[in-house]
Design a protein around this ligand. Sequence first.
Ligand SMILES: [Zn+2]
Ligand SMILES: [Zn+2]
Length: 401
Amino acid sequence: MPGIDMDFLAEAASIESEIVRTRRAVHQRPELAYQEKETAELVAKSLESLGIKVKRGVGGTGVVGVLEGSRRGRVIGLRADMDALPVEEMADVEFRSKVKGVMHACGHDTHVAMLLGAARLLSNHKGDLQGTVKFIFQPAEEHGGRGGALPMIEDGAMKDPKVDFVFGLHIDSNRRSGEFGVREGAMMAAPDTFKVRIIGRGGHGSEPHRTVDPVYVAAQVILALQGVSSRMIDPMRPFVISIGAVHAGTKENIIPDEAILDGTIRTLDEATRKRAKAKVEEVAKGVCRAFGAAARVEFEKDAYPVTVNDIKATEGAITVLKKIPGMKVKKVEAVLGGEDFSRFLQKAPGTFYFLGTANPQKGCIYPNHSSKFKADEDVLKFGAASLAMLAYEFGKPRGPS
Ligand SMILES: [Zn+2]
Ligand SMILES: [Zn+2]
């Protein structure tokens, strides 16, 4: 249908002030993982006001809206995450967080607002919409481990009707406003968190020979673990290991009984992931044994999988995104952050893409998760239009045209 794509952006522009208002309302009332009650209610009520069928409490605080088009077609899932972060907001905006120590520092407030915007655009087009659109608002993306996507999926978010294609976007401070970032295949890492408990034998700091010093052993373990990346993993495959926390001891002249290391590894394919986890355990245990200590290594269960964008669906999405006037579509490198949108991509083909929000002229220069993070609100209409267009085009029985 000629001109239809132009219409979605023009329509998004016509509701821009509403999208911004929603975004600011959510921004001022940020809620941490699994506590997204007010946000979920705002989402549910907005969807209902558009005549969209709503299911509340999906997998905790999740909300699913179902919009049936007037004509037959495919089922498209669009997802936004709703949770905020434990950060005290220092951003230079008038609509700062009103909740102490909690902030939408990852921009999930913008995701909520853009998806609600897309819901309005699509419900306006119900008459010529083919297929069904499911609006999936998930809790607890920042939770890590189990996260919010898995409980929603277990609670049936991707079934009845079964989702054929799924799309999600993330606002990205590394990219200029006016750009979409896309990638076929692996786009984001599996973030595996682990804990190494080093069990020694404490004693007096003046008599180390009568102890098994877990602090010393911990230092050796930290150094040795970097050897996993440089000596044991194929250098052509991305792999990172970082120890972010070291806990041991109470006083300078006491050798403690134990030391604990907390770390994370990031990989972009399942084979490397499996090998890396095995090697981390082997090296940590081996080093401890060499110095007479014992080691217990535990990886967090249910860590997020690698986010893998379906190649064909991504090609189709690129065709759709390229039709949006005023936006560039750029291929991007994979990043080693994790995303539990990966869970939805295990259930249906689709793509996760980035929406640039860096704009130095407006002071939008701080990274996601920073206490000064500031999103460029001028990009929200493009994000809303893109989500609506993906659902509209992929909903057609033969996909985007
Ligand atoms: Zn985040
Ligand atoms: Zn995020």
